[in-house]
Write a protein that binds this ligand. Structure first.
Ligand SMILES: Nc1ncnc2c1ncn2[C@@H]1O[C@H](COP(=O)(O)OP(=O)(O)OP(=O)(O)O)[C@@H](O)[C@H]1O
Ligand SMILES: [Mg+2]
Length: 335
């Protein structure tokens, strides 16, 4: 699989294997007798010659290159590719022969870049979630608590002189306290729905659908596999995916109805959230601050699953997710 190229002391190629032909795109006939530097992008050529001279002078027989630094090769069609290379030298009767072993690491470099992109986006999602919680705490709780404190100060100063007004004030404060309790419950439920831990995925999704319909007036039909009994992290992933998909329906779709399906099929957790709203073009560039669907993809991919979005402008949206289950979960065994 590795390209092997040997050159003589003058830097001319004397051996060039099949893998080298495939990697660099030149047939051996075009390369033998040519300087090895023809396989490198021009900007690296002089550096390469100096390296080989220095390597020859050290007498070291073998050296790996490209660990940590990315080296580049040049293909016949002019394209560059990242590679890993090692070089060795032997003394022969006709002088030194250097052999270079080259491996095309394009796929590995691409995978690493994808991973880095993924990590950056995942951390952006976490930050966005934190700032949403911070905003809600600030808007919903901090402001009510400040008002309550002002009312309490008023009570301290006026309760004796005007008991009737004090009673009115306390009634107002009790109303505000009720609202604070409700807001705390809601914020906590958004952070981590207790119903998910207490009752499991199916009731948690029923609760999600109910509050979605209550808040937005859009009916939500459920097709849930009652016998689903999954172990973490699957219920949380499923819950968050349905939650974000419903949030998107509320925010963007202008739908008249939604249906949600969560089931286990052939060892896979399958779900969809489908609406009959305005739809969108999933291929269009996404806004940089749109992280919801990224989060859905991230959750599915972390569990080796996949996401498919069927949507087009005017034709509604369907987010489908398939996640393979480990055997115990797939069989529906309870934890
Ligand atoms: N059900 C839907 N109906 C119509 N458009 C949708 C739907 N779901 C997603 N979209 C479109 O896809 C875009 C990306 O969605 P995504 O959830 O990633 O981001 P967002 O909802 O805009 O922001 P965030 O989820 O980060 O708060 C949305 O801005 C919207 O244009
Ligand atoms: Mg969203």
């Amino acid at each position: 699989m590795d390209a092997i190229i040997s050159m003589d002391e003058g830097g001319q190629i004397v051996l060039y294997n099949r893998a080298a032909e495939a990697t660099f795109g030149w047939p051996a006939s075009k390369v033998l007798g040519q300087p090895l530097s023809m396989l490198l992008p021009p900007r690296f050529r002089s550096g390469h010659d100096a390296h080989v001279k220095q390597f020859a002078a050290t007498g070291v027989t073998h050296r790996r290159k490209g660990e940590g630094v990315v080296l580049y090769g040049l293909r016949a069609d002019g394209a560059e590719f990242p590679m890993e290379a090692s070089i060795s030298q032997i003394d022969t009767d006709e002088g030194k022969v250097f052999s270079v072993i080259v491996r095309d690491v394009t796929d590995r470099v691409k995978a690493r870049q994808a991973l880095a992109r993924f990590a950056t986006e995942a951390s952006a999602i976490r930050e966005q979630e934190k700032s949403r919680v911070a905003r809600e705490l600030h808007d919903e709780l901090a402001q009510s608590l400040t008002a309550l404190k002002m009312d309490a100060s008023w009570l301290r100063d006026h309760v004796r002189e005007d008991p009737d007004a004090a009673v009115d004030k306390v009634v107002g404060m009790l109303g505000m306290l009720d609202a604070c309790v409700a807001a705390t419950r809601r914020i906590a439920a958004d952070l981590r729905p207790l119903v998910l831990d207490d009752l499991g995925l199916v009731p948690a999704i029923e609760w999600l659908a109910q509050s979605f319909t209550q808040r937005h007036g859009v009916p939500c039909a459920l097709d849930l596999d009652e016998s689903l009994a999954l172990q973490e992290p699957y219920p949380t992933a499923a819950f968050r995916i349905v939650q974000e998909s419903l949030a998107n329906v509320a925010k963007h779709a202008q739908a008249r109805r939604v249906d949600v399906r969560v089931a286990c099929e052939a060892g896979h957790l399958v779900m969809h959230v489908r609406d009959d709203g305005v739809g969108f073009d999933p291929q269009a560039a996404r806004k940089p601050d749109s992280l919801g669907l990224m989060g859905v993809r991230e959750r599915a991919q972390l569990l080796q699953g996949s996401v498919q979005i069927d949507a087009s402008p005017g034709a509604g949206t369907c987010v489908r997710v398939t996640i393979p289950l480990p055997r115990a979960s797939a069989g529906g065994l309870t934890p």
